[in-house]
Each structure stands twice: as C-alpha cells, then as structure tokens.
Design a protein around this ligand. Sequence first.
Ligand code: GLN
Length: 553
Amino acid sequence: MKYIIVTGGVISGLGKGITASSIGRLLKCRGFSVSAIKIDPYLNCDAGTMNPFEHGEVYVLEDGGEVDLDLGNYERFLDVSMTSAHNITTGKVYKEVIEKERKGAYLGSTVQIIPHVTDQIRFQIEHTAYESLADVVLVELGGTVGDIESMPFLEALRQLRNSVGRENCVVVHTTLIPIMGSVGEQKTKPTQHSVKELRSLGIEPDIIVGRGTKPMEPDVRKKVSLFCNVPVEAVVSAPDVSSIYEVPLVLEQEGLPRVLLRQLGLEPRADELDAWKKVVSRIVSPKGHTRIAIVGKYVDLRDSYLSHIEAFAHAGAEADAKVEIRWVEAEHLESGSASVRKALGDVDGILIPGGFGERGTQGKIAAIGLARTEKVPLLGICLGFQLSVIEFSRGVLGLEGASSTELDAATPHPVIDLLPEQRAISAMGGTMRLGSHPVLLSEGCLAARLYKSAAIDERHRHRYEVNPAYIERLEAAGMRFTGRSKDARRMEVLELSDHPFFVGCQFHPEFKSRPTNASRLHLGLVEAALMCRRAKVGEKSARRARTRAKSRT
Ligand code: GLN
C-alpha cells in the first residue's frame, strides 16, 4: 500500500482537494487504482448537520454517508464510489475512543490523545485504505497546518509514515505563493513558515505545490527549494486555471507524476491521459451556449451547489455547449411577478435544487409557476421536486394553501408529508432517508429515455415525500409520476406531458454525475434549454425578417 499525504499551509481554500484529486487522476491514468481519504478535523461526526452556508454542500455517498464536498471531487476525478469511512472527522474518532473506554476496552489505562486517539486515527486510515484494495491512497488533511484541531492527525500521520517508510508514503504540502506590491513580486516567506511548522511536528514535505494567480518564477522556485529543503523538481507551480479539470494537465506538465512515482518506487503501467485531455477540451471550449438559472437560498456561497455546478459542466461537455449559470436568490422572487420575470425572463432553463426549511420557498414556487405556464425547461430536485407538486396543487388543482408539513405544519392540504418511518425520529444526524435506492421508471417516459433504462439507482437525502392521498388527484390533472420506489409507494420522478421539459426527482442525480458520464437529468435539462434557445433565436430572426420586409414595402 502506498500513501500520498496532502497537507495545506498558509490559508485554507487553496484547492488542496482539487490538487489531491488531480494527483489521483494522474496516477489512475498511469494504470494504478487510486482511492482517497479526507480528514476533517472538526468535532461533528459528519457533515450532515452542517449549514451549507458555512461549509458548502453536504455530499451524499452510495451508503448514505453525508460527507464533506471534497469527497465529491474525489469521486468525480477518480470515477470511483466511496463509503463514509473515507471521511474521517474528529467526532468520528472520539466517538469510537469514548465508546471503547465505556466498554472497558482500554483495560484500566488512562485514555490519552497519544497513543489512544492517534492509534484510533491510524486504525481508521489504514483499515479504510486496506479495504479499498487500491494501489495508492491519498490522505488529505483538511484545515491548515498549525491549527490546534489538526495536531492529533498530524502526529498520527507522522507515525504512519515512520512505520510504512518514506518509500511508501509521500507528503505533498500545498501552500500559497502570494504576489505583493505594484511590481508583482512573488513571496515565499509564508511557504517557508508553514514548512517550518510542519517540520517542527516531525513531518518533512517531499513535494511543495505552490498555488497562486500566476505561474511561479524560476528564481522563486529555487528559493522555495532551498529554504524548504526539497529538490527544485519537487517544487510544483499550480496557478489558477479556468476549469478545475485542467489541474491534472498542469501538474502533468510540471512533471509531478515523475517525482511522485520515483519516490514511491513505482513504474508507470499505462499512459492514458489522452481521454482526460479530450474531456477537458470539451469542457473548456464548447461550441454552443445556454443560460440556466439556479434558484436557491444559499447562492452567496456557490460551494453550496457544487455538485450541480459540476453536473452542468459535465452535461455541457456532453452537449457541446457552455452552460452559463445565472444565480438567483429565491427570496428576491417573492416581491411579485415582475421580479420573477426580471430574474428569469431571459434564461433557457431553470434548476430548483434541494434545500430545507421555509425561507425562500415562495420564491422557488413562483419560479416553478413561470416555468410551468411559460414552458421554460425546469428540473426540480428533492425540495425542488416537492415544491413542483405544491405549485401544481395550488395552481392547477386549486388547493389553496397546499404545502409541505415541513414548511407549514397546519396546511389544509399536506401534499408533501413526513415519511411514515420518520415520525418517531427526533435526532438530526444521519437519520434521513439516505443513500442509494432503486427507482423504477415507467416505460417510454422522458426519464427512462434519458437514462436509457427503466431501473435506476440514485442517491437520496430527505425526510418528506409526496403524500399518497393526493396522487390520484394530481395524476388526473396531468402530473405524471413516472418514477417510483420498488414497492411503488414513494413517488420519485414527476413529469408534465404538455411541456418541453418539466421534470422533478426526489433523488439527487448531481451526486453521480461524472466528467465522462453526466447526470442524465442535468443533461436532459441542458438539451431542452438549448432547443428552447434555438427556438427563441429563430423566432427573433423571423421577427426581424418580417420587420425588414415590411419596411421595404
Ligand atoms: N427538506 C426536504 C426533505 O427533507 C427536501 C430535502 C432536500 O432537498 N435534500 O424531504
């Protein structure tokens, strides 16, 4: 088993996860199987209870693990499916240690951070790595070296490296090379300090990845090499690029895989970067263009909708079109139809993503109303699916005050209601209907055509569902439930037939979208939006031709 530990210095948000995922992709292209472990040194047991505004999207795995969004990057870059064991948090580690202590497993000894907590960390890393059966496992430590929270993890990683040997464990330290002053001088001091900190904890980095807006100057590279005690070819410059999918190509050009493989004593088994290059060129230089609105309530922090952004990048690559995202704050649509028209009048498609709680839902319902009546392509996901049912109940069935009991406990028409098995649950963490569940699609429906299959598996994260008591009425009025759970009890997909693309799904297709295999429903929305745009452009030029003809006569 070979390990690559990825740490970060100077500031957070450097793109450590993307660096690590890109390293993984490069090794995969060289014929190795790669897995990843993300360490988050916070006390939450998982990301499930965290506000997306603070921490970005909660990513959902096949097994229902609610994890850090970096796991999404690993799954997308490595094209693998991981389990919740691949996200280690302080909370998860301490929970195990305390449970063991209560069981008397420490046989009377005083339970301490070293060795008990560090042993538990090592066990979770090594066990997960072993179970993954991968040739190489990336271990990314969240946060910044020097944080109090990361100390036990760094100590555990130091021990791990000592026990497996440096030839089996490479440390890649990602830092910032800021540019100062009017002459734009690149500064290495923050990097020097952060490497000093890392070394004081007993970990010498083997490779330094310098992030910044510009490529590192040759003399800056030499300086980092000299002061941080790494060979100059192990100083890697990773400047900003337009798409994250370009990062593996940047690291390849910098010669990073060669340095890594040499240190790990590995011989490349393949050279398959071309397929990745093709995907990247389709993502960065598409022919067509379409504009899709994401109407959400966390739009100020784009990371809250990261998997949608990526799913649209993948769908755009497949449809050969740039998907321009228009971010629309749902609450801004609540001041009347003029505000809805102003924000959405010129978009080709609308996505209503998942969410929780009442805030912003009236605005999302207004957007759905516009999409339904004006035939704008719409994809509603999870809460977006539920709100489509609510909008239809109010607008078509005339059920005044129809709502979800999540949003209005006293609604006269609870068209969306708590899942029966949720009624007795009071704890918040890990208790929703989570993870992969099969969905059966009606033959010939739009979703089945897009998936090219009548049986699919998609990931879920919800507590509420369509109330079975209203299904007959909804279907009689034209809302077709074309996807259902295996026992046919739960509604999973809805479609409107007299509409170019009006689809809702209770599951989250964005989590399984991959650069080479886009989410079918995001792709469906993009294709419908492209058709909508072409039709609009056609109408416009016909109108112009008519006016020209008139002025001539
Ligand atoms: N709040 C809704 C529910 O719990 C939708 C959840 C979501 O969009 N992920 O069912």
